[in-house]
Design a protein around this ligand. Structure first.
Ligand SMILES: Nc1nc2c(c(=O)[nH]1)N[C@H]1C(S)=C(S)[C@@H](COP(=O)(O)OP(=O)(O)OC[C@H]3O[C@@H](n4cnc5c(=O)[nH]c(N)nc54)[C@H](O)[C@@H]3O)O[C@H]1N2
Ligand SMILES: Nc1nc2c(c(=O)[nH]1)N[C@H]1C(S)=C(S)[C@@H](COP(=O)(O)OP(=O)(O)OC[C@H]3O[C@@H](n4cnc5c(=O)[nH]c(N)nc54)[C@H](O)[C@@H]3O)O[C@H]1N2
Ligand code: SF4
Ligand SMILES: [Mo]
Length: 746
């Protein structure tokens, strides 16, 4: 077994720099101090607290400045459960976002047709007046419900307050229908509760971690990766199911190189073995679950031999890995994954994973899933919100009744007028989400945008989405602003403060300021009745026994748990928030909605001849497309590559390192070439690439044209009938050796 140091070092080293390693990908790099360069001797010892916005793990840290008062580096806060005092490579590179000279610098108003990227600079006064007038007009004509908010990131809370005050409840984040939605629904159906973020997985104390796709180590969610490497050090075994030899696979006792799109067959065969061999937790199943007999009958034909024919995994490997889990139970985790929108039957795949956890008794047990707790921060008092006449859901009267959150793609689709859509949107406020690259089927997203009377985009960088905006509002970076208090769940309830380490550069402003200014212009000032953000935060913090002054000093405050209920107590009687009050192996809610109450395997489309399944994922040093232009992180990885199996590369005559173009089943060719990485680490039937490259906005001087975009190639979307998740892995690519003619000519 490899040591922890071999696995990954997420380090909170002091001055001078940070060693980053993500073994397996060869990302070894010394991130020197952030620009402007500062030496250890010239450190200003004052530090201000923040939490990181480079991804959504929200690690809390400290920002240090150099003696000229310039932001120098960000390191983890030792008190923080998300980071344990150590930032990941991306978080350490955060100052690169602040110093990026390509940032949006002033409000912009579009002067030509959409997509042409011709804007004029405007004052804040003018831009905000313009938006308020437009939105008022749209509300008068179509109702306030026709404005939607699409948001990902901290400032969304303020725009959410604005929108609800205005009379619309259509507020969506792409982290639901494009990410973790199916798993949340599946866990609700099974345990009556979702998984949440950070995930409630007790990886620290697990004896067996089963990763279905989840590529921890490349998926660099900080505390989780640290816990995984600690668990490995303590002897935990890892089982990875992945068609690609991921970093996690390289640390695994069992790697199951599954044929893509067949996971449900494997999961059902595992369930079969665990039930038939009587390896399940009998007491737990008896006491807490509903539907065991139906499940047992349901899986009888789903033998490892049956699954072998589907998954290409040897029956013996299926049995041995099932035994490994059973031996570790209840300290075993079938990891629920996070980006689970794969093939359209994703809620059911997530259900199969949840059922396995239930059979092994890991929910509510040490080394399985813990019961998280949070501090609830009260909202600043405001009048009640008006009740909207309709919402996005009215566009889908008989669908997605089990979706608990709004679907970003649902809003997008409902914006395109068709007879069946009862809530057409006329205005979008888009905050911190690059929808063009984020929602699959870009053509459709653009069609929806063309239907809008107004699209306001709040961003820090000129991205694909800002090019389509009517008004662009430049937000200052997370290092230059106060924000909502982080109150996410964890083993212990805790809060974290973000405050500005420096004045906003250029003519940029924080989201809370923009939302309040817009509220004033829309006659909604009473929903933002605080005078200063400091006044509001101090009031909120005092309600939970802290203060702004205290949080400015300590950054993170951890509280004791209310009850000793991190895990179930022995023989404890439990009631779960499901229809039966039990953990539902047989889902009564799914049955009531007309869906299969227990998961079934159904075959998915195979690649046509000469095509390969398009597979994509994360790189340790980047977050989606938001870091590609970051001067510090670009050095760690400047472009993505297309992983191609040597057998396939040989057939096509593709050399390692050669630039090629990918073209999908619908004839869409990547705008830019991508370098081939010929490697045994990918199955012959798939091609793998990291998401977030191939930027098309020329204003991104470092990222423009570097690598290819998976989003462009994801034109076919399979909707999860249960909750509307947009599955992205049913696309196929082939290889081309020149750009499309029109691009070649230009
Ligand atoms: N560094 C970094 N870390 C991140 C992020 C980031 O941008 N950068 N983003 C964060 C976010 S928001 C999310 S949602 C998570 C996503 O991270 P995960 O939830 O871990 O991602 P997935 O897309 O589920 O998994 C990708 C893996 O699935 C494998 N795979 C592809 N097809 C199949 C299949 O049919 N079966 C199986 N078993 N495996 C398959 C791929 O080879 C790849 O290794 O990462 C988070 N962490
Ligand atoms: N093809 C494809 N599509 C995917 C995925 C994939 O792997 N492949 N992953 C899916 C997943 S798991 C998720 S969670 C979503 C993520 O989807 P998004 O959150 O849309 O991801 P990003 O591309 O990082 O876009 C974030 C935008 O916010 C901006 N931004 C960064 N910081 C700030 C800030 O402080 N304030 C403001 N106002 N803006 C800021 C960035 O410049 C960028 O334009 O994408 C989903 N879509
Ligand atoms: S995991 Fe890394 S990028 Fe994400 S919040 Fe933590 S330090 Fe920032
Ligand atoms: Mo995500």
């Amino acid at each position: 077994m490899r040591s922890r140091r071999d696995f990954i070092r997420i380090s909170g080293l002091g001055a001078g720099g940070l060693a980053i390693s993500a073994s397996g990908l060869g990302v070894y790099k010394n991130l020197a101090s952030s620009p402007p360069q500062g030496s250890e001797l010239s450190v200003d010892t004052t530090r201000t607290p923040t939490y990181c916005e480079i991804c959504f793990w929200k690690c809390a840290g400290w920002v240090y400045k150099n003696e000229e008062g310039k932001i120098w580096k960000v390191i983890g806060n030792d008190e923080d459960q998300h980071s344990n005092g150590r930032f990941c490579p991306r978080g350490t590179g955060g100052p690169g976002m602040y110093y990026d000279e390509d940032r949006l610098k002033t409000p912009l108003i579009r002067t030509e047709e959409r997509g042409k990227q011709v804007f004029r600079e405007a004052s804040w006064e003018e831009a905000l007046d313009y938006i308020a007038e437009k939105i008022k007009g749209i509300a008068e004509e179509h109702g306030p419900e026709c404005t939607a908010l699409l948001t990902h990131g901290s400032g969304g809370k303020y725009f959410g307050n604005l929108l609800k005050a205005f009379g619309s409840a259509s507020i969506a984040a792409p982290s639901y229908a494009q990410c973790r939605g199916p798993r949340e629904v599946a866990y609700h159906m099974t345990f009556g509760e979702g998984v949440g973020s950070p995930e409630r997985t007790d990886i620290r104390d697990t004896k067996c971690l089963v990763l279905i796709g989840s590529h921890l180590g490349e998926n660099m969610h900080n505390g989780q990766v640290q816990e995984m490497s600690d668990a490995i050090d303590k002897g935990a075994s890892i089982i990875t199911v992945d068609p690609r030899y991921s970093i996690a696979a390289s640390k695994s006792k069992y790697w199951l190189p599954i044929k893509p799109a067949t996971d449900i067959a494997l999961l059902m065969a595992w369930i079969h073995v665990i039930i038939n061999e009587e390896w399940y937790d009998k007491e737990y199943v008896e006491k807490y679950t509903y539907g065991f007999d139906q499940l047992k009958a349901h899986v009888q034909h789903m033998t490892p031999e049956w699954a072998y024919g589907i998954t290409t995994l040897e029956p013996d490997l299926i049995r041995k890995s099932a035994k490994e889990m059973a031996n570790a139970a209840p300290a075993v985790i079938i990891h629920p994954g996070r980006h689970v929108v794969w093939y359209g039957d994703d809620t059911q795949r997530s259900r199969a994973m949840a059922i396995l956890n239930a059979l092994l008794g890991s929910w509510g047990r040490r080394g399985g899933f813990y019961n998280p707790e949070k501090v609830s921060i009260p909202s600043w008092p405001h009048p009640p919100y008006p009740v909207p006449g309709r919402t996005w859901k009215d566009a889908y009267p008989d669908q997605y009744n089990l979706a608990y959150e709004t679907l970003a793609s649902g809003i997008c689709d409902a914006t395109i007028p068709t007879l069946s859509k009862a809530c057409n949107f006329k205005a979008w406020i888009v905050n911190g989400t690059n929808l063009i690259k984020t929602i699959p089927d870009t053509e459709k997203t653009l069609q929806a945008i063309q239907e809008l009377e107004l699209m306001v985009v709040i961003d820090t960088m000129p991205m694909a989405i800002t090019g389509w905006a009517d008004v662009v509002l430049p937000e200052c970076t997370y290092l230059e602003r106060y924000d909502t208090i982080r109150d996410s769940t964890h083993r212990k309830p805790a809060i974290a403060l973000r405050m500005p380490a420096a004045e906003p550069m250029y003519n940029t402003k924080p989201a809370y300021w923009m939302a309040k200014e817009l509220a004033n212009r829309l006659g909604l000032g009473e929903y933002f009745s605080w005078n200063t953000i400091e006044e509001m935060l101090d009031w909120q913090l005092k309600q939970v026994g802290s203060s702004l002054e205290e949080m400015q000093r300590i950054g993170v405050k951890t509280f004791d748990r209310t009850y000793d209920d991190l895990y179930f107590q022995k023989d404890q009687d439990m009631e779960f928030y499901t229809n039966t009050g039990k953990i539902e192996l047989y889902s009564t809610a799914l049955a009531a909605e007309g869906f299969d109450p227990m998961p079934k395997y159904t075959a998915h489309e195979e690649p046509p001849p000469g095509f390969y399944r398009l597979n994509y994922g994360r790189a340790p040093s980047h977050t989606f497309g938001r870091t590609a232009n970051n001067a510090l992180l670009k050095d760690l990885m400047e472009e993505n590559t297309a992983w191609i199996n040597p057998k396939v590369a040989g057939e096509w005559g593709i050399e390692n390192g050669q630039y090629i173009w990918l073209e999908n089943q619908d004839g869409i060719r990547s705008s830019f070439p991508i370098r081939a990485r010929v490697t045994e680490r990918i199955r012959w039937d798939s091609v793998y690439m990291v998401h977030g490259f191939g930027h098309t906005n020329k204003k991104l001087s470092r990222a423009y044209g570097k690598g290819a975009s998976d989003s462009e190639l994801i034109t076919k979307v399979h909707l999860d009938p249960i909750m509307g998740g947009t599955a992205m892995r049913g696309n196929f690519v082939t290889f081309k050796f020149e750009p499309k003619e029109e691009e070649a000519a230009s």
